[in-house]
Design a protein around this ligand. Structure first.
Ligand code: ADP
Length: 446
């Protein structure tokens, strides 16, 4: 379903004209109100009157997370504090959290874009949505909440964590939709299986998952474990929150629509910052086109993805691929660039292994080493008679040695790095406690 067909199917020439108009207005607005951007525009030799639109945008430098921190808490705001209707913070995954604010009009756009996103995910007015995104300063909980209400859904605002209660509500209230981080959706799927709960008693049809990188392997696990169609929702506090882009349920695996009437995306080289040609992977840079409280031009998201303009989906807006990881998450190991999600991709086709993994980087002397810890699929673990997870001292059975060797070879062949592979029993690696899960431990600089 399209929540706003006129906007979502806007013919491209009209969409570009709208973006140009809105960008010019946004530039004039920040120039008049935000000293930081006044200086930025001056440094780039740009004036609001001379700013032509999208074509001039790359002349401007990037806005980075450090700029938010340097202007903590409200220094980048474009409206007086009294006009700010709500404050949120980023999760602080990569350092001190950044503060973001919204006017009432910003919150209305936020709700509309989340409503569009949920509709694209398959949600229909009248359905119930269990919102397992964290409520509070994190944008996920309230962001999804108001968008769901706008679409006409019944919201169950359970927030993240409390797995017993989540499962109880899934059975008692029978929501059709679950919103959660993918790693927490995995936890719920695993718990349903471990407790032998009847999927028939659970009425889920859709899962809308985001806030952290995930891959097709996790999609398959969640779709099978919860019997749902799972789609990707992407967003970040600095730009808005969840709902910057969303995958369509009928176009799964082909990318997520970026709501281009409100955000303008670019892809730039991770090292040089130069714009990259269509389709090439690089850092996603986003500019807001309609924000009032905290308009942001050329925000360096640090997220690595690509854009695909040539697609024949239901909407005209550009699609972005899955996030491969944050530029900060990229590990450079013995000169080879590597994202932990590459391991996840390989696990998707690895027999007898689950998609639960952890990557640990260490340094011995001057040499970087990477170990990959992966959980064996429960079926193999049981077939080998290894019994209760963790109760298997002694040498590993031949079958495990073969699985281990096969994965190590796959990693070497595909990523070009030798990594130690450690297989562990089901349930032995860390799980999401309701929010984002960090699957990477970089211990090299300790
Ligand atoms: P923080 O940057 O502190 O984690 P946010 O809660 O604002 O704060 O999270 C935004 C970030 O979360 C994005 O920049 C991105 O790295 C990640 N993220 C959000 N949604 C997705 C998604 N669907 N896929 C991959 N990563 C995502």
């Amino acid at each position: 379903m399209l929540f706003n067909p006129a906007a979502e199917r806007m013919p491209l020439p009209q969409l570009r004209a709208l973006q140009n108009d809105r960008l010019r207005a946004q530039v004039a607005y920040v120039h008049a109100r935000v000293p930081f951007y006044q200086q930025r525009l001056a440094a780039a030799g740009l004036t609001p009157a001379g700013f032509r639109g999208l074509e001039d945008l790359p002349k401007l430098g990037f806005t980075k997370k450090t700029d938010f921190r340097d202007h903590y808490p409200f220094g980048l705001f474009a409206v007086p504090e009294a006009e700010v209707a709500r404050l949120h913070c980023s999760s602080g995954t990569t350092g001190k959290a950044t503060v973001v604010g919204y006017t009432a009009a910003d919150l209305a756009v936020f709700a509309e874009l989340v409503a569009r996103s949920l509709a694209a995910a398959g949600c229909r007015p009248g359905m119930k949505l269990q919102n397992a995104y964290g409520y509070g300063l994190f944008t996920g909980g309230l962001g999804i909440h108001y968008g769901a209400e706008k679409l006409g859904l019944t919201v169950i605002p359970v927030s993240g964590g409390s797995t017993d209660r989540q499962l109880q509500l899934l059975q008692d209230f029978r929501p059709e939709i679950l919103c959660a981080t993918p790693s927490y959706a995995q936890v719920l799927a695993e718990e349903i299986e471990r407790r032998g709960l009847d999927l028939g008693a659970i009425n889920l049809q859709y899962a809308v998952l985001g806030a952290e990188p995930w891959t097709e392997a996790i999609r398959q696990q969640v779709q099978a474990g919860l019997r749902v169609a799972a789609t990707n929702i992407y967003g970040l506090s600095e730009i808005m929150g969840p709902g910057v882009s969303q995958e369509d349920v009928d176009e799964r695996g082909t990318g997520s629509y970026v709501w281009e009437d409100h955000f303008y995306p670019e892809i730039v080289d991770r090292l040089t910052g130069e714009p990259l040609p269509h389709g090439a992977p690089g850092v996603l840079v986003l500019s807001t086109l309609t924000k009032q409280a905290l308009p942001i031009l050329r925000y360096w998201t640090g997220d690595i993805t690509h854009l695909s303009y040539e697609h024949s989906g239901k909407r005209t807006h550009v699609k972005m691929g899955p996030i491969r990881g944050r530029a900060d998450d990229m590990l450079i190991i013995r000169g080879v660039n590597f994202f932990p999600t590459q391991i996840e991709d390989l696990l998707q086709h690895a027999e007898h292994l689950s998609p639960c993994y952890q990557v640990v980087a260490t340094r011995r002397g001057r040499l970087d080493e990477v170990a990959v810890h992966v959980e064996v699929a429960a079926a193999l673990w049981q077939a080998l008679g290894l019994g209760a997870p963790g109760a298997a001292p002694g040498p590993p059975p031949d079958a495990l040695v073969r699985v281990q060797g096969a994965l190590a070879k796959k990693i070497k062949d595909n990523i070009g790095l030798s990594m130690a592979v450690h297989l562990v029993g089901p349930g032995q690696l860390p799980r999401s406690e309701g929010g984002k899960l960090n699957r990477v431990q970089d211990l090299r600089h300790l």
